[in-house]
Design a protein. Structure first.
Length: 137
């Protein structure tokens, strides 16, 4: 896990980034990263742990991030009035064949993320796809 020193964007906002390999073991690392950064705010930490887990898992299951050399990148902006998480993947790829295809086992995570966040969205990037969630304070 490659974590840089936070970038201070303004007097009331810090930006933290992490870049992890596209493998199953990356998801618990990303959850711990969020928990560490939001340790002083347990409710916010719990919400963003769930969200980063869902977005990271989707990156592994549905994008090229799970291919050899694939990456998942996350950014957490912690501000006085809001906190925003962005998870970027490596873009489109066929669904992994080693995953269960039972629809009863999947599909609720994005709904949960939307329930925890005040706003969510996604967009395409030059090098992949990004999914984001924002919680106001």
């Amino acid at each position: 896990m490659d974590t840089a020193t936070p970038t201070k964007k303004t007097t009331d906002e810090y930006v933290w980034r992490v870049d992890v390999p596209g493998m199953d073991e990356a998801i618990p690392l990303m959850r711990r990263w969020v928990r560490l950064l939001l340790a002083d705010e347990p409710a916010l930490a719990e919400a963003f742990e769930l969200i980063v887990s869902e977005y990271g898992t989707n990156a592994l299951w549905h994008t090229a991030s799970s291919r050899p050399g694939g990456r998942i990148r996350a950014e957490l902006r912690i501000g006085t009035h809001q906190t925003r998480l962005v998870v970027r993947d490596d873009g489109p790829s066929p669904v992994r064949s080693d995953r269960s295809t039972d629809p009863a086992e999947h599909g609720r995570g994005l709904l949960l993320a939307g329930a925890y966040a005040d706003e969510t969205g996604q967009y395409d990037c030059a090098d992949g796809h990004a999914t984001w969630a924002l919680i106001n304070r």
